[in-house]
Design a protein around this ligand. Structure first.
Ligand SMILES: [Zn+2]
Length: 420
């Protein structure tokens, strides 16, 4: 059996190794495939199998699913402190076993956590020969290849989350995006079809496969024709960084734009129940339609002023904030474990959406007051953010221009790039 194939000529250690070297096309005569196959069958073959850890798994049940039938290996894993880390895995995490044709364990690999840049890997290996098998277990750190991934798209009539799914934005990155803009955008009410987004995030890869997604490093959102940009920046290179606009203003605000968790469930609900912002004057607040049980957040740091029942409001939480501000959260179905006088932080869960008091359907009635006079919560938008100053600002601006350059490079590679 003769096979002819074209291949690139490889001439090691010659002047032709450079990328501009001419490529030669030559025909090669391949060896007899039948002879090769016979030799392959003679050789010791091993089999690789992967299984997720299941709730309630023992070492025995896990090895059995992996197709390993090896009492020596089982005894070793049970007795070795390092190897027993195997059972520290969360259900659903993958264990990979290599076994020989007699179902004896050759090696076993599992990733025991880590972050976007590195993973901690447990390796159990057979050493010695088959007559005198013994095993070794060790934990080591495997560095991931850090890549910057970009996703972009236009919000469709199907809504924010369906668009994110269609554009393959990972769930944890979607959550980060919502959180980054929570001081300036109320995702329930502000996001509309034709809004556009672009997001650059870190992702750790090994052997070409995604290990773990990391942090969103830059996000752009064009919401109702207004451009919002946010960039991750850590002034002293520790983990305690934050998001800033490209000119150095923090994305954080004293108050969140929405007191209601923006989730797949609540977004589908809110989409059809658009509140009438202009009615706030008569109404003294804004209604957020959401399913019963949706989390309600403290929109700002403060102390609990009241928690309990009031006529009309039903179950209600009232918070007091610095500068004469207070916020009301009414019609709750349940209250978080909070007491009057207790300090709460921005984003902390204080209760759950309900329909108690004078409410015609499940929703949160939210009031924002200054010196006890109800204000339009939209005016919260006017509050000035923290701005970087001095040397920190200079360092930030030079970092920003570097990052912007990198984003622009990614942008030119993006097929679904949004315009400016
Ligand atoms: Zn209301």
């Amino acid at each position: 059996m003769l096979c002819m194939a074209a291949a690139m000529a490889m001439t090691p250690h010659s002047a032709y190794d450079g990328p501009e070297a001419p490529r030669l096309q030559v025909s090669l005569r391949l060896p007899d495939l039948r002879a090769q196959l016979t030799r392959l069958t003679d050789a010791r073959a091993t089999y690789i199998r992967e299984e997720p850890l299941q709730r309630g798994d023992t070492i025995a049940s896990l090895l059995q699913r992996l197709g390993v039938d090896d009492p020596d290996a089982h005894a070793f894993i049970r007795g070795s402190t390092a190897a027993r880390h195997l059972l520290d895995l969360e259900p659903g995490q993958i264990v990979q076993a290599e076994s020989d044709q007699d179902n004896l364990l050759v090696s076993l690999h599992a990733t025991l956590g880590g972050d976007v840049s590195a993973s901690h890997e447990l390796v159990i290996e057979r050493a010695g020969d088959l007559d005198q098998p013994f095993f070794k277990a060790h934990l080591h750190t495997v560095r991931n290849e850090l890549r910057y991934e970009m996703r972009s798209g236009t919000i469709t009539a199907n809504g924010f989350f369906k668009t994110m799914d269609a554009e393959n934005v990972p769930e944890e990155i979607v959550q980060q995006m919502v959180s980054i803009f929570s001081g300036v955008i109320d995702f329930h009410h502000d996001i509309v079809a034709d809004d556009r987004f672009r997001i650059v995030y870190e992702a750790g890869f090994r052997d070409g496969a995604l290990v773990r997604n990391g942090r969103a490093v830059a996000v752009e959102l064009v919401n109702r024709s207004q451009l919002y940009q946010a960039l991750w920046y850590s002034a002293d290179d520790t983990k305690a960084g934050d998001y800033y606009t490209f000119d150095g203003r923090s994305m954080r605000r004293p108050f969140l734009r929405s007191p209601v968790e923006f989730s797949r469930v609540s977004s589908a609900f809110g989409w059809r129940n658009h509140p009438l912002h202009h009615q706030w004057v008569q109404h003294k607040g804004i209604d957020f339609a959401a399913p019963i049980g949706t989390k309600v957040f403290a929109t700002s740091d403060g102390t609990v002023d009241f928690v309990g029942q009031q006529t009309g409001y039903g179950s209600v939480v009232i918070l007091k904030h610095d500068g004469g501000y207070s916020t009301y959260y009414a019609h709750l179905s349940g209250l978080a474990d909070i007491l009057p006088g207790q300090h709460v932080t921005q984003g902390q869960v204080i209760g759950y959406v309900g329909q108690t008091g004078w409410a015609t359907g499940p929703h949160l009635h939210y009031e924002f007051r200054f010196n006890d006079v109800p204000q339009n919560p939209l005016s919260v938008m006017l509050m000035e953010p923290v701005t970087l100053t001095g040397q920190t600002r200079q360092r930030f601006l030079s970092y920003t221009s570097d990052t912007q350059e990198r984003i622009n490079i990614l942008r030119s590679f993006s097929v679904a790039s949004i315009g400016n």
